[in-house]
Design a protein around this ligand. Structure first.
Ligand SMILES: Cc1cc2nc3c(=O)[nH]c(=O)nc-3n(C[C@H](O)[C@H](O)[C@H](O)COP(=O)(O)OP(=O)(O)OC[C@H]3O[C@@H](n4cnc5c(N)ncnc54)[C@H](O)[C@@H]3O)c2cc1C
Length: 490
């Protein structure tokens, strides 16, 4: 493996040659044979800078497997100082820098074309867990925090469904759970962040300190800063979860029940899986209510007023910890599947019609063998970069369309774009880890809406050279040319 380390062990894997430095003219690493030219010395690092083909290829891949932009190097930091040094080095040379958590993005969001990818998995320490907060590095995965929290009887109040995501990657998106999201999104539970800006400064920010930085980094897809540490709110962990399962065939009845469940707050979490069975789409709903024995929940009250509860089943109770990890084995077993992800957040008013008209009216061959849904309220979501539908109640819909050929994948990707355009006209937003091609700067400006000026201002202040977060194509010049003058598009 190729590593550039403190000991100047600079080895180019492809050629097996020593790397002597960065050639600012060819914008590539130069070997000892190129010493005729003036080369820039690579900063001393506690960790390693990888330039071998295998490491660069890995950083050019993600959950979607559609976009493959190779970086010139991958930093595996051993300290926050490594990130500071590398960002300063990159800024002076207008090299794009992306942070990669667990790369569960669908369309190259964590990649850096001809730039440097910072792999945050090497900075993954839990610094402290107290009775109401935890301080963690951005590379920590949620399952690690949940397990460590359980030992002290605390849990994050909002959880992702799959716990193999990194804290930093999730905070850069927003962090949605299965519903009803009465605590807001995960980013609403952040108390403080330590961030490396595109200027190479390490800054602390919070709701009361450098608020514009705080607001633009949370949900801001890595555009204004690299999150290196986060202070997250924790709450007492419940012991058990009682599960209720219901089956629906009528979309409108089901969506009316979802709305009622969000408003009543009877369940602590719920989600549903829609599959095609015996020639029709069937909705399998699962809800959970948390409790501490002996205070078992009243099942009749949970089901009161729902449509057709005759076929309901009560499962469990199961331990809360097992509930939080319920998707992990399935996701781990299917990570290498080829699927085209699409994640829509639709307002209550149009969600049922959109599902019925645009998705379930089509065959599983066209739309995929499964549709996942959750519903919630955005009334406690206050961070401006996480864009939600204008109405309080929303329905999240996820497609994971399997494909066998490149042609099939291309057709599904194009269809994602069509579905997005139609849904946006009905007031929906996308949750932008998914795969929607040709998403231009104008699309991003429309997506961020009235938060766009805040993002642009924060970008100018904290990343004036425009080097951070090239992956999503928000700052569009980085996608096409690493040699663009710093700050050109902003
Ligand atoms: C199977 C699966 C399940 C999922 N479940 C959920 C879920 O339940 N809830 C939910 O909200 N989302 C979910 N997602 C979407 C998820 O939020 C995103 O995929 C996000 O990518 C998760 O973090 P990651 O570590 O994989 O981030 P990455 O994909 O590595 O990065 C995501 C984005 O954040 C940036 N970034 C990463 N780390 C940092 C950092 N430290 N500082 C600044 N920017 C950074 C990247 O450059 C990129 O733009 C799921 C995705 C998959 C594939």
């Amino acid at each position: 493996m190729t590593q550039l380390s403190r000991r100047d062990l600079l080895r180019g894997a492809a050629a097996g040659a020593l790397i002597a430095g960065w050639d600012p003219v060819s914008r590539s690493w130069a070997t000892a044979a190129d010493r005729r030219r003036r080369l820039d010395r690579i900063p001393d690092l506690d960790g390693v800078l990888l330039t071998d083909t295998a490491s660069r290829r890995l950083a050019a891949d993600d959950y979607g497997h559609f976009v493959h932009h190779e970086p010139v190097a991958v930093l595996r930091p051993a300290s926050v100082e490594d990130i500071l040094r590398l960002v300063c080095f990159a800024r002076e040379r207008a090299i794009g820098v992306s942070t990669r958590g667990q790369a569960h993005s669908g369309y190259g969001q964590s990649q850096a074309p001809s730039g440097i990818v910072i792999d945050s998995s090497t900075l993954a320490r839990i610094h402290r867990i107290g009775s109401d907060e935890a301080v963690v590095d951005s590379g920590v995965q949620w399952r690690t925090l949940i397990a460590a929290g359980a030992e002290q009887g605390v849990t994050p109040p909002v959880l992702t469904d799959y716990q193999g995501l990194s804290v930093g990657g999730t905070l850069s998106l927003g962090g949605l759970d299965s519903g009803p999201m009465r605590h807001g999104a995960i980013i609403d539970t952040v108390r403080e962040l330590e961030v490396v800006t595109g200027e190479g400064d390490l800054l602390t920010c919070s709701p009361t300190r450098r608020r514009p930085l705080f607001q633009s980094v949370l949900g801001g897809l890595g555009q204004c800063g690299i999150i290196v540490r986060a202070t997250l709110r924790m709450v007492p962990a419940p012991t058990m979860a009682l599960l209720v399962r219901l089956r629906y065939e009528d979309v409108r009845a089901n969506h009316a029940d979802l709305a009622m469940l969000v408003r009543s707050g009877r369940l602590d979490a719920f989600e549903q899986l829609i599959t095609f069975q015996d020639g029709r789409w069937v909705i399998d709903f699962q809800g959970a209510v948390y409790f501490d024995p002996p205070n078992a929940p009243d099942t009749a009250r949970l089901l009161d007023g729902l449509h057709d509860v005759a076929a309901h089943r009560v499962v469990g109770p199961v331990p809360y910890l097992a509930w939080t990890l319920r998707f992990d084995p399935t996701v781990a077993a299917t990570l290498d599947d080829r699927r085209v992800p699409f994640n829509l957040l639709a307002p209550e008013e149009t969600a049922a019609a959109f599902l019925a008209d645009e998705i379930l009216s089509r065959s599983p061959a066209e739309i995929g063998d499964r549709v996942l849904q959750a519903a919630g309220t955005s009334s406690n979501m206050h961070m401006p970069m996480l864009r939600m539908p204008a109405t309080d109640l929303f329905v999240a819909t996820l497609l994971f369309r399997p494909h066998k050929t490149d042609a099939e994948a291309a057709a599904f990707l194009a269809d994602n774009r069509t579905l997005y355009d139609r849904a946006a006209k009905r007031g929906a937003k996308r949750y932008p880890w998914d795969a929607v091609p040709s998403f231009t700067r104008e699309d991003w400006a429309r997506h961020f809406g009235d938060s766009w000026p805040l993002l642009v201002r924060a970008k100018r202040s904290y990343d004036p050279a425009g080097i951070l977060g090239p992956g999503p194509g928000i700052c569009s010049h980085r996608r096409s040319s690493a040699a663009m003058p710093p700050g050109a598009a902003w």
